[in-house]
Design a protein. Structure first.
Length: 260
């Protein structure tokens, strides 16, 4: 059974206001609230004008980790609002008119075809050294940022795999293709079950395996179509996630899921 696409994190912002970056052109106030979503679009409402706009999911980027002073939601393209919808903004190049009397005579045509004179430019030694230092500094900063990102990724993977060996880890056999029936076939019946209706009509199902000390989470647009997205421990912290179709994992989605 094929699993439904996993929605991005925007649906889990709840009532938190956010701003788009870059800001949508032709709209003065850049503060929005999430209203609802489909599998292809997200409906947002302007906090000042109360105007509702559908944003295609393909234009949505990452959500900033820092929300001070305001939470930022990235856009993959610069958008403009016109005709009640958003469109990719295209910058037009305006050709400047020729000056009066410039380029109208025969002598002007000769000057255009002749090659421009080459002027030698010497850069003072101090300027050259400064440029080299700036380039070297930029390279060092880029390498440090890359190493930091790699370390953060590895730390996340280690935390996911660092569950105590004494505990049952049979949830590792589950995948994003497993629905309710498949989970019961691999883990058996749970001690209890709970449902949560999220934003955008998303349904969450929690299967609590009390003796195993973890809870299996299913998600889908309908209750019958919910499939496995990960497992939480006794403290409601993710211990396992699955890969998304568009890349990445459901780890961030599970971290933002409130306990129910």
């Amino acid at each position: 059974m094929s699993s439904p696409p996993i929605p991005p994190q925007l649906e889990h912002l709840g009532a938190r206001p956010f701003s788009f970056y870059p800001a949508i052109l032709n709209i003065d106030h850049n503060e929005w609230l999430f209203r609802k979503a489909t599998w292809s679009e997200v409906l947002v409402v302007n906090c000042k004008s109360s105007e509702e706009i559908w944003i295609p999911r393909r234009f949505l980027g990452e959500i900033a980790r820092v929300d001070d002073p305001v939470l930022i939601v990235g856009l993959n393209k610069e958008l403009e609002y016109k005709g009640g919808s958003v469109w990719p903004f295209q910058r037009r190049v305006i050709e400047m008119p020729l000056a009066v009397g410039g380029g109208t005579g025969p002598s002007s045509d000769v000057e255009r075809t002749a090659p421009a004179p080459v002027v030698g430019i010497r850069v003072p030694p101090n300027t050259e050294n400064r440029i080299f230092r700036l380039i070297a500094g930029a390279l060092v900063v880029g390498i440090l940022l890359y190493l930091g990102a790699v370390n953060l990724t590895r730390i996340g993977e280690v935390k996911q795999r660092a569950a105590p060996a004494a505990r049952d880890q049979q949830y590792l056999e589950l995948s994003s293709r497993d629905d309710y029936t498949a989970v019961l076939g691999k883990l058996g019946p749970p001690a209890s079950e709970r449902w949560l209706s999220g934003s955008g009509e998303i349904q969450y199902r929690a299967l609590a395996y009390t003796e195993r000390k973890y809870t299996v989470i299913l998600m889908g647009s309908t209750r019958d179509g919910a499939t496995y997205i990960g497992a939480m421990d006794d403290n409601w912290k993710p211990v396992h996630s699955v890969e998304l179709h568009a890349g990445g994992t459901t780890w961030a989605l599970l971290r933002g899921l409130r306990q129910f």
